[in-house]
Design a protein around this ligand. Structure first.
Ligand code: CTP
Ligand code: MG
Length: 260
């Protein structure tokens, strides 16, 4: 696998969907990295949550299709366990008619390592990378474009991430005792995609690996290097399928969209 992994479909999309009509106006300057190399322990299905059926397709198919339709995206790297690569090819990619070239990269022990492997498989000539969890099947083209557009529009930014404002009152707790109630208006919940200038994210990942730092998302690696990362307000629809009950919610949202 790796940069020399399977590649497919470089031709233009035949579909005449609305997102494509603007394509000429937007730079296709982004490589998507879709990380699908986790074991889904909390979800608990032996097939792996990225492969379970969601509205008729393996769950990871939905985010791949969204990135394939996004005008900013020129290529897609899918990170998966090496022993699942054939399954990704057969059960996922061969069932989708994708317009963009797709390569596979091998996953690592941690999500962070998987992203790093994905980054190594991105081409140097695309200045932006958009890191996305395969476990977030409800991502929409407009949200991908908003995050890519935010980085493109502001040279001072190292990156931009989708996030939602915190709706719950937050408590800082030690043991079971509340020690503070911070001002909720300062808190946002991070999602993916997280879009960065490729060279900045690569440097941040190299530094984190060198210093043995494990972050909980990619933005945190860039922030600790002093990079400016902004939030782009997202919707609560863009859930990460983590527990079995999340699947029914994702299914209901997709069906609502497909019927709209
Ligand atoms: N991921 C990855 N490589 C890893 C771990 C996670 O590519 N070593 C991916 C997952 O496939 C998922 C995304 O990172 O798309 C977010 O991770 P998470 O929701 O935590 O998925 P899992 O790690 O698979 O689930 P769990 O933590 O319950 O085992
Ligand atoms: Mg995990």
């Amino acid at each position: 696998m790796g940069a020399a992994g399977p590649s497919r479909g470089a031709g233009p999309c035949a579909c005449a969907c609305a997102e494509r009509t603007d394509e000429a106006a937007v730079a296709a300057d982004t490589c998507a990295i879709i990380v699908a190399g986790g074991s889904g322990e909390r979800f608990g299905d032996p097939r792996g949550k990225q492969f379970v059926n969601l509205a008729g397709l393996p769950l990871m198919s939905w985010s791949i299709m969204a990135f394939d339709r996004a005008p900013s995206v020129a290529r897609i790297v899918i990170v998966c366990a090496p022993d699942r690569a054939a399954q990704v090819e057969k059960d996922v990619l061969s069932r989708l008619s994708l317009a963009k070239p797709v390569a596979l990269a091998p996953s690592g022990e941690t999500r962070q390592e998987s992203v790093r492997h994905g980054l190594d498989a991105t081409p140097r000539d695309l200045p932006l990378v958009a890191v996305h969890d395969a476990a977030r099947p409800l991502i929409e083209v407009e949200q991908i474009e908003a995050a890519c557009g935010a980085v493109r529009a502001d040279e001072s930014l190292a990156g931009a991430i989708l996030a939602t404002r915190s709706v719950d009152t937050l408590k800082l707790v030690e043991g079971t005792t509340i020690v503070a109630t911070p001002d909720r208006s300062f808190y946002w919940a991070a999602q993916t995609p997280q879009v960065f200038r490729r060279r900045v994210l690569l440097a941040a990942h190299k530094a984190a690996a060198h210093e043995d730092y494990q972050g909980t998302d990619d933005a945190s690696l860039v922030e600790r290097m002093g990079g400016k990362v902004r939030v782009v307000e997202s919707t609560r629809d863009n859930i990460k399928v983590t527990l079995p009950e999340d699947l029914a919610l994702a299914e209901a949202t997709l069906e609502r969209r497909l019927l709209a």
